[in-house]
Design a protein around this ligand. Structure first.
Ligand SMILES: O=C(O)/C=C/C(=O)CC(=O)CC(=O)O
Ligand code: CA
Ligand code: MG
Length: 415
């Protein structure tokens, strides 16, 4: 490939060149104009604008034009890697070729004037546990008398099946869940009682969006990752730690996490992250053959966690122990099939330093070491708190690209 082909001409879109949303980014979302009954459809973001792809694709008589008219990315996801690359190249050429400007410009809308919807219909949702630092911290906090890591942890990416139907788009309010948790007994040991969670938390994660499906019985090896995964998005796996700590033995997370999972409205295509690929920090012992990966299996993505607008942590994705190709290989090694719209998440991203922890459980060490935000001591989430996750990564032009932002505000419990 010539150097020119990885560095397309500068875009003619004003304000986009050199920004976090330059043509080396181009994430996809599903949008509808604000305060309008127009059906939602697929758009691509460039600068502070959204390109409405359906009318442009129809005018150009693109074979796959119909996929942009859908109110979800699922038809595009089903097309597979060859078409994803072709569509991306087409979008880049529209936005860099002056000759296309007359056709394209009328279909650019300010981001501020559109409403993003859940970008795809979530088929199945799996959440992993891939950060060595996070798993070690949670082990120490939840199980202080045991080894922090269970014997399986370095041999496979541990995961659980989450709830696809409660994945919500950024901006959706998150209701404080009620449930069963241990509370102080009158005199004697703590007793189970029912009520609102008092230890509501966040989990800073990266979500992976599956496109190309497989049949039951088929496996996807680590080398098949880019053929099946369309793109990524920041994800907040809200967690009620009191409910979780009481219910999770021995089958794992259940109602403490199933009430809501928030995702960004923009899905960043995998190709936009080529320049962000890095080696994994190192795996000891060597995993089994079906989990082997080569160089460049990790991603250098910097997260930022904001609580009511103040930065409280900067978790580094490059520190993750297990790679997404390994998650997918493990997820399918028993022959479980994939569907377009499957979502799997990395698990909480936490680095080695205190300011790099991706959950409040870790930032406040189980509530015992409050951290400061907004001039106050904080532990878990309060009603009215707004949490925002942001992420950036190296882009193809030597600058940086932004991933979609995911935000949510805590609403008081009902009943
Ligand atoms: O170790 C535990 O008991 C619990 C772990 C988690 O809550 C983490 C989880 O959901 C996966 C992750 O986000 O890393
Ligand atoms: Ca999680
Ligand atoms: Mg969740």
């Amino acid at each position: 490939m010539s150097p020119e082909s990885t560095h397309p001409a500068p875009t003619w879109v004003e304000g986009a060149a050199g920004s976090l949303w330059d043509v080396d980014n181009l994430p996809y979302g599903v949008f509808g104009p604000r305060d309008s009954d127009e059906p939602a459809r697929v758009g691509v973001r460039v600068g502070d604008l959204v390109l409405d792809l359906a009318p442009v694709a129809a005018a150009e008589m693109l074979e796959v034009a119909h996929v942009f008219e859908a109110p979800s990315l699922n038809p595009l996801l089903s097309l597979g890697r060859g078409s994803w690359s072709a569509v991306r190249q087409w979008a880049v050429s529209l936005l860099t070729d002056e000759a296309a400007r007359g056709l394209v410009e009328p279909h650019l809308l300010p981001v501020a004037e559109v409403e993003l919807q859940l970008p795809f219909q979530v088929a199945d949702y799996v959440d992993f546990y891939c950060s060595l630092e996070h798993a070690s911290n949670v082990g120490r906090i939840f199980r202080p008398d045991d080894e922090p890591l269970k014997p399986n942890w370095r041999h496979l990416p541990v995961g659980y099946h989450g709830r696809a139907g409660t994945v919500v788009v950024s901006g959706t309010g998150v209701r404080r869940p009620c449930g069963q948790r241990l509370t102080p007994g009158a005199d004697g040991p703590p007793q189970p009682s029912y009520g609102p969670s008092t230890r509501l938390d966040i989990e800073t994660e990266l979500g992976f969006v599956v496109g190309a499906p497989t049949a039951i019985g088929e496996r996807v090896g680590t080398a098949g990752f880019a053929d099946h995964v369309f793109g990524v998005l920041p994800l907040n796996d809200w967690s009620a730690r009191d409910i979780q700590a009481w219910e999770y033995v021995p089958l794992g997370p259940f109602l403490g996490k199933s009430f809501a999972t928030s995702v960004a409205g923009w899905v960043t295509p995998l190709e936009a992250l080529d320049a962000a690929r890095v080696d994994l920090p190192g795996q000891q012992p060597e995993p089994l053959d079906y989990l082997r990966v080569g160089p460049g299996a990790g991603y250098d993505i910097d997260f930022e966690v904001l609580l009511d607008g103040e930065t409280v942590a900067r978790p580094p994705y490059a520190s993750m122990y297990w790679s997404p190709a390994q998650m997918l290989a493990h997820l399918t090694v028993n022959g479980a099939s994939l569907r377009a719209g499957d979502l799997f998440a990395s698990g909480t991203v936490s680095g080695a330093e205190r300011g790099q922890r991706g959950s409040l459980l870790e930032l406040s060490w189980g509530g015992t070491e409050p951290f400061t935000a907004g001039g106050r001591e904080r532990t878990f989430l309060e009603d009215g708190d707004t949490v925002t996750l942001r992420a950036t990564a190296p882009g193809a032009r030597g600058g940086r690209i932004a991933l979609g932002e995911v935000t949510g505000t805590i609403l008081p419990a009902t009943g």
